[in-house]
Design a binder for this molecule. Structure first.
Ligand code: SF4
Length: 120
């Protein structure tokens, strides 16, 4: 399975993500963590993000690690985008990671941990 990392930056404006330097996070992830590709989007839960998911998400062979708000929220917010891609959003294809209220190092560690769990 390929591993795709989708990072939602919440418009770079959400107070709950203000301690994350997304440029630094993305570059560290790119250089230090095993994955196939990564994408940053400012608002994955809105129409433009949903359109991206609908076009991007593949039916087979990829697991998506989504780094964004609370996993409970992610299951609801991303469901339609996955559905439009013809993919049922479930634990087999999506691994939500909660990066709110974390700094850059902590967000990196959360993504790293989730990738390790996917590798098991
Ligand atoms: S998916 Fe979550 S983190 Fe991303 S823009 Fe929507 S509310 Fe913010």
């Amino acid at each position: 399975m390929k591993k795709a990392i989708l990072i939602c930056t919440c418009s770079f404006a959400c107070p709950s993500l203000k301690e994350i330097n997304f440029g630094e996070l993305a570059e560290r992830v790119r250089l230090e963590l095993p994955h196939d590709y990564m994408l940053l989007h400012p608002r994955l839960c809105e129409a433009n993000g949903e359109a991206l998911l609908a076009d991007l998400v593949k039916k087979d062979g990829v697991v998506y690690l989504t780094a964004a708000c609370k996993p409970e929220k992610q299951w609801k917010l991303f469901r339609d985008g996955f559905q439009k891609a013809g993919v049922e959003m479930n634990e087999k294809v999506v691994k939500p990671v909660w990066i709110q209220f974390k700094n850059t190092d902590q967000a990196f560690e959360e993504i790293k941990k989730a990738l390790e769990e996917l590798g098991k």
